[in-house]
Design a protein around this ligand. Structure first.
Ligand SMILES: Cc1cc2nc3c(=O)[nH]c(=O)nc-3n(C[C@H](O)[C@H](O)[C@H](O)COP(=O)(O)OP(=O)(O)OC[C@H]3O[C@@H](n4cnc5c(N)ncnc54)[C@H](O)[C@@H]3O)c2cc1C
Length: 535
C-alpha cells in the first residue's frame, strides 16, 4: 500500500486468482491486518462470477451484477494491491511472476486459487466450434448471442438445436435453464414441444453419477418432461461447425454447442515446476502448501489435498478459505502450520431452471420450490458477504475538543480525498496566498495558467510545470503511468509538447528489497509514458 504509514513492508504475499478461497483470505486480512505484510492480488477477472448463481442468471432470475463479486472494494478493504492480469509464468527459483505487459512481480509467499476449466483435451475442434462453461464471462457473452438467435428462430417456428456436453450438475443446470429462458422469451409453455431441440451428451453411463439413484431419477424425469434429450455412454470426440461427433460414429446436429465436462487445470502451473497430483491438479499437503514448494499454497478446484481428495466444487473452495488465510499468516510469521481436513460430504442444490431445485446430500434428497428458495438464500448470502464490507473510517489522530464537530468532519472528508487534486490545497486558498506574495514583492499579477512561461532570449519560451499526486491506486506501475500523463497534460494544455521531466518520488517505509521493487516499478511506469510522449 502506497501510504505514509510508519509500518514498514517487509514481506510480500501474492494471491493469484480471485476464487472463493481468496475471497475469505482478503476479508480476513482486512479484518485482522498483518502489519508489515504487503499483499497483492492478481486476477484475470476483477468481477469474479459466483457460479452457484449462473443457472439463475441464464433463466433470467438473477442479474449479472448480482452474480458477480467485485474484487476492487474487497482488495481495498484488505489493503491489497490489485492487478488485473492472467498469470502463466512463475520463476519459483527467483520468486518472480512474469507478466506479459508489465514489470515482474517479486514475492515471498504465493497462493493459487485459480479454479478449473472444463476438460476438452481429448475433443478435437474445441477452440473453434464449442464454448466451455468457464470462464463464465466468456460463456455468458456467447450465451447472449445464442439466446437472441434461438428466440428468433423458435419464434419463426424454425428448428434450433443446442447441445450441452457433460453429465454432471453443471450440464443439467445449463440445459434446463437455457430451455426455460428460450421458452419464456418465446412465450411457450415450459413442457411444450417446440422447435428448440436441446440435448445433453455424456460419456458416463449415468447422469449426476456422484448423486444417489433417487436424485438421478428425479433429474432424468425432469429432463424428459421438459423434452431435453439425454444421450449417455456417448463420448464426444470432435466439435464441428454444425454439431458434434461421438466415438460411436454418431453425428449430432447442433447450432450451438456448450461443454461442462469434468474439471481440469491449465498446464502452466506444472510448466513452472509446481508438483501435480495424479489427477492433474496442484498436489498440496493438508497445510495447503504445495508438495514441492513450501512457500506456494493452493486451494479450491486447482488443488488436490493429499489424502483428502474431494469433488471439484465451490463448497470445498469456500471451506478452504479460513484455513488457507490462517496458514498463510502463520507461514509469514514463522509459526507452525495447522492441517486442514475438509468435510467429506456437502449439500448440493441443483437448479432445475424454473425456480425449483433438487437438494442432495449423502443419499438424502428433496425436490421442489423450497430447495430453490434455500439455494437462492445461500447464494445471495455468499455474494453479500463479500460485497457488503465493514466501513473503513478514516482515522484522524486529533485530541478531542481542539476543533468543533463540523470543522473536524470537514477535515476528515479532506483526508479521505487523498488523491490527485484532492491532495492539494484548494484553488481559492492558493490564490489568496499568491496575491499576498505578489503584493509583498511588487510582482505583476498574472492570470493563472497550467504552467509558468519563462521567456528565453532567442524569442522562444520555456514552460515549467510541477505536479504532485498522491497514490490513489495501489499499483505503482499503473499509478506512475497515470501520474505521468497527468503531469504532461499541463504542458499539452498550453498547446506545447513536453521536452524533459524530473520525478520526485515519495515511497512508503519498507525493507530495502521491497522499496527497490516499488521504486523500480514506479520509474518503469513513468518511463513507459515519457517514451510514448517522446519526452
Ligand atoms: C454452471 C455451474 C454451476 C455450479 N454450481 C455450483 C454450486 O451450486 N455449488 C458449488 O459448490 N459449486 C458449483 N459449481 C462449481 C464451482 O464453480 C467451482 O467448484 C468453484 O468455482 C471453484 O472455485 P475456486 O475458488 O477454485 O475458483 P473460481 O471460483 O473458479 O475462481 C478462479 C479465479 O481465478 C482467476 N484466474 C484463473 N486463472 C487465472 C490466472 N492464470 N491468472 C490470474 N487469475 C486467474 C479467475 O479469474 C477467478 O477469479 C458450479 C459450476 C458450474 C460450471
Amino acid at each position: 500500500m502506497l501510504t505514509n504509514s510508519l509500518t514498514p513492508q517487509v514481506k510480500h504475499l501474492v494471491l493469484i486468482g480471485g476464487g472463493h478461497s481468496h475471497l475469505f483470505v482478503l476479508k480476513q486480512l482486512g479484518m485482522k491486518p498483518v502489519p508489515g505484510l504487503a499483499i497483492t492480488l492478481i486476477s484475470r477477472d476483477i468481477e469474479t462470477p459466483y457460479s452457484g448463481s449462473l443457472p439463475g442468471t441464464l433463466s433470467g432470475f438473477v442479474s449479472r451484477d448480482d452474480m458477480n463479486i467485485d474484487l476492487r472494494p474487497l482488495a481495498q478493504f484488505a489493503k491489497a494491491r490489485l492487478i488485473r492480469a492472467t498469470v502463466e509464468d512463475i520463476d519459483l527459483e527467483a520468486k518472480i511472476i512474469r507478466l506479459p505487459d508489465r514489470p515482474d512481480i517479486h514475492f515471498d509467499i504465493l497462493s493459487l486459487n485459480i479454479g478449473s476449466r472444463p476438460d476438452a483435451s481429448t475433443i478435437l475442434g474445441a477452440d473453434e466450434f464449442a464454448c466451455p462453461v468457464k470462464p463464465i464471462d466468456e460463456f455468458l457473452t456467447r450465451w447472449e448471442s445464442v439466446l437472441a438467435e434461438a428466440v428468433q428462430r423458435v419464434s419463426n417456428q424454425e428448428d434450433y438445436a443446442i447441445t450441452v456436453v457433460g453429465g454432471g450438475p453443471a450440464s443439467v443446470e445449463l440445459a434446463l435453464a437455457m430451455q426455460y429462458r428460450i421458452h419464456a422469451e418465446c412465450k411457450l409453455a415450459l413442457e411444450s414441444e417446440s422447435p428448440l431441440k436441446l440435448s445433453i451428451i455424456s460419456s458416463s453411463s449415468e447422469i449426476l453419477a456422484r448423486h444417489s439413484a433417487k436424485v438421478r431419477r428425479a433429474a432424468l424425469d425432469t429432463l424428459r418432461r421438459r423434452n431435453i434429450k439425454v444421450e449417455l455412454g456417448h463420448r464426444v470426440t470432435r466439435f464441428q461447425v454444425d454439431g458434434v461427433q461421438t466415438n460411436l460414429g454418431g453425428e449430432h446436429v447442433s447450432d450451438a454447442t456448450f461443454y461442462a465436462t469434468g474439471a481440469s487445470l491449465p498446464d502452466w502451473p506444472a510448466r513452472c515446476g509446481i508438483a501435480m497430483s495424479d489427477d492433474g491438479f496442484i498436489d498440496t499437503l493438508p497445510t495447503l502448501q504445495s508438495a514441492s514448494h513450501d512457500f506456494v499454497f493452493a486451494a479450491g478446484d486447482a488443488a488436490t489435498i493429499r489424502g483428502a481428495s474431494r469433488p471439484k466444487s465451490g463448497v470445498y473452495a469456500v471451506r478452504a478459505g479460513k484455513p488457507l488465510a490462517d496458514n498463510l499468516v502463520r507461514f509469514a510469521t514463522g509459526k507452525r502450520l495447522k492441517p486442514f481436513n475438509p468435510q467429506k460430504h456437502a449439500l448440493a442444490l441443483i437448479s432445475l431452471g424454473d425456480k425449483t431445485a433438487i437438494a442432495s446430500r449423502e443419499g438424502l434428497s428433496l425436490q421442489g420450490k423450497s430447495a430453490w428458495i434455500l439455494k437462492q438464500r445461500i447464494d445471495k448470502a455468499f455474494v453479500a458477504r463479500f460485497s457488503q464490507l465493514p466501513s473503513m473510517e478514516t482515522k484522524l489522530y486529533l485530541t478531542k475538543g481542539l476543533m468543533d464537530i463540523e470543522a473536524e468532519a470537514e477535515l476528515r472528508r479532506h483526508a479521505m480525498r487523498c488523491a490527485g487534486c484532492g491532495a492539494k490545497v484548494g484553488g481559492g486558498l492558493l490564490g489568496e496566498v499568491l496575491d499576498d506574495l505578489h503584493g509583498a514583492v511588487g510582482m505583476e499579477k498574472k492570470p493563472i495558467e497550467d504552467a509558468s512561461i519563462i521567456p528565453l532570449r532567442d524569442g522562444r519560451a520555456l514552460l515549467q510545470s510541477i505536479d504532485q499526486i498522491s497514490a490513489f491506486i495501489d499499483d505503482p506501475w499503473l499509478f506512475a503511468r497515470i501520474a505521468t500523463n497527468h503531469c504532461l497534460s499541463d504542458i499539452y494544455a498550453m498547446g506545447e509538447t513536453p521536452h524533459s521531466a524530473l520525478a520526485v518520488v515519495g515511497l512508503p517505509l519498507a525493507s530495502q528489497r521491497i522499496m527497490k521493487h516499488t521504486l523500480a516499478d514506479l520509474m518503469r511506469g513513468c518511463k513507459h509514458e515519457l517514451d510514448a510522449n517522446n519526452c
